[in-house]
Design a protein around this ligand. Structure first.
Ligand SMILES: O=C[C@H](O)COP(=O)(O)O
Length: 248
């Protein structure tokens, strides 16, 4: 079965109500390709507001969550709380969480496991730093990060999207070339076939993220193993509509 293209917009810690109204109005105007799954990653404080103004055709994600349902974890939010306000997706393990907030593979896996057990869908992020790429360790790093997720995901791969985001391409304007991205995506799929199952390898969607724009999205989207994007900066701009429509 062909994999449905899935485009996420990760707003990160950006936006206010005025800007959010503009972004959503622009997406409503679209038109957005109906064949593409669209998920916007919203700062937690605006999740309820965005849910109240967004059409059902656009799904809403949190950018993080904690690994237990409730308790003394000041400043955190749980999958149970997200589900309570109708948010069914969460981005976990973004490189900014891994680097700035020191989230390691184990914590990322615990968060993924709990989110999935709570009935949420997860965009799980992986990707190498520039230093790791230059040392020829790209595959070693993304395989290690994915391996940590395997027991956490268990049989719930249908609720997971993998986002390959080379850290050196995030917010830098340096996009991975379509060949560089395709090579890593193909290696990941091959690794999944050997270490999980052929069925999961074939079905799981792997997004590319890192300086995706309307100008490079069409070529990246034409690669066989690129099943969508996780878009940062450009998801705040009108060109996000063109990125969603990159396979049209
Ligand atoms: O989650 C999105 C990625 O960090 C990519 O961000 P960017 O498109 O601004 O490079």
């Amino acid at each position: 079965m062909p994999r449905k293209f899935v485009v996420g917009g990760n707003w990160k810690m950006n936006g206010d109500k005025n800007m959010i109204n503009e972004i959503i109005n622009n997406m409503k105007k679209g038109p957005l390709d109906k064949e593409v799954e669209v998920i916007i990653g919203v700062p937690s404080i605006y999740l309820t507001y965005v849910k109240s103004i967004v059409p059902d055709t656009i799904q809403v994600a949190a950018q993080n969550c904690w690994k237990v349902p409730k308790g003394a974890f000041t400043g955190e939010i749980s999958p149970a709380m997200l589900k309570d306000i109708g948010v069914n997706w969460v981005i976990i393990g973004h490189s900014e969480r891994r680097t700035i907030f020191h989230e390691d593979d184990t914590l990322v896996a615990e968060k993924v496991a709990h989110a999935l057990e709570s009935g949420m869908k997860v965009i799980a992020c992986i990707g190498e730093t520039l230093e790791e790429r230059e040392a020829g360790k790209t595959e070693e790093v993304v395989f290690r990060q994915t391996q940590a997720l395997v027991p956490a995901i268990g049989d719930k791969w249908a609720n997971v999207v993998l986002a390959y985001e080379p850290v050196w391409a995030i917010g830098t304007g340096k996009t991975a070339s379509p060949q560089q991205a395709q090579d890593v995506h193909a290696s990941l799929r091959n690794w999944l076939a050997n270490n999980v199952s052929a069925q999961v390898a074939d079905a799981v969607r792997i997004q590319y993220g890192g300086s995706v724009t309307a100008a490079n999205a069409v070529e990246l989207a034409s690669c066989a193993d690129i099943d969508g994007f996780l878009v940062g900066g450009a998801s705040l701009k009108p060109e996000f509509v063109n990125i969603v429509n990159a396979t049209k």
